[in-house]
Design a protein around this ligand. Structure first.
Ligand code: NDP
Length: 247
């Protein structure tokens, strides 16, 4: 039986890891019906590569979403609801991220600001879970994948802090980790899977030129891991190779 086409949403899809995810999802064998590629300035110069891709692939829908602006998240969710209807949303990838390298004493309240997209999209994920006839949990049924970082790991602080502080970033990723675990518990009854992925240290604008791997390798690994997730990994924190990251 042919795989059922799915509806996927990615935030921060205009550059870096998000843009590479869009490219690789389009190239993959598994069909995607609607790929909501979200970015904060769809008409601006930073979204040019995404617009070029969308011209060639009618299943890409570029949507405005600023992760710090709840109105834009609500508007995006409404648009998604209109397009997916009774099929719902199957996979939400919260990839958008910002990093300030500040120490604890330099960190400002603005650095600490973060908003989570997930709640606004839950109704569509619930519809996706119900519309799917598949048993158990998977990213083709209904899932939230949050792109975290090893810098959000409590256990990694001692070994990495002296050369990389990024306090507000660490705090926001640690909070994202907790949010994901809470989501995993709260929404397992709805069969919505929650997982955290660390992409590796990747050569992007954020990761810098010294990163250990390039975006195609990281994204290939992460998409492979996403495709393998089941209820056994609900609430897991894994790297792009599928290895568990210590909390
Ligand atoms: P980039 O800096 O290359 O890209 C960041 C993306 O997030 C851009 O699309 C940017 O959009 C978007 N973004 C930033 N702020 C917002 C916002 N408020 N609303 C919507 N979109 C926003 O980073 P990466 O691709 O490297 O990072 C992607 C994810 O991977 C992040 O969550 C990051 O924390 C995580 N990560 C990355 C690592 C690495 O080594 N690169 C390591 C560990 C984790 P815009 O163009 O508008 O700024």
């Amino acid at each position: 039986m042919a795989a059922r086409p799915v509806n996927v949403l990615i935030t921060g899809a205009n550059r870096g890891l998000g843009l590479e995810m869009v490219k690789q999802i389009l190239e993959a064998q598994r069909p995607v019906k609607n790929l909501f590629a979200c970015c904060r300035d769809p008409d601006g110069p930073r979204a040019e590569a995404l617009r070029t891709l969308a011209k060639k692939h009618p299943n890409i829908s570029i949507s405005r979403l600023d992760a710090t602006d709840l109105c834009s998240i609500k508007e995006c969710s409404q648009k998604v609801g209109t397009l997916v209807g009774t099929e719902g949303l199957n996979l939400l990838i919260n990839n958008a991220g910002f990093m300030s390298k500040s120490t604890l004493q330099e960190t400002t309240p603005e650095d600490m600001q973060y908003t989570f997209n997930t709640n606004e999209f839950l109704p569509h994920l619930r519809v996706g879970a119900k519309a799917s006839k598949m048993p158990g949990m998977s990213t083709r049924k209904a899932a939230v994948v949050n792109i975290s970082s090893v810098l959000g790991s409590m256990q990694a602080v001692k070994e990495s802090y002296s050369y990389f502080s990024a306090v507000s970033y660490r705090i926001s990723k640690a909070a994202l980790n907790m949010l994901t675990l809470c989501g995993a518990e709260e929404l397992k009854k709805d069969e919505i899977l929650f997982a955290l992925l660390h992409p590796g240290w990747v050569r992007t604008d954020m990761g810098g030129e010294e990163g250990e791997i390039d975006t195609p390798e990281s994204v290939q690994g992460m998409l492979h891991v996403m495709a393998s997730l089941t209820e056994k990994q609900n609430g897991a924190f894994l790297d792009y190779k599928g290895e568990p990251i210590p909390w």
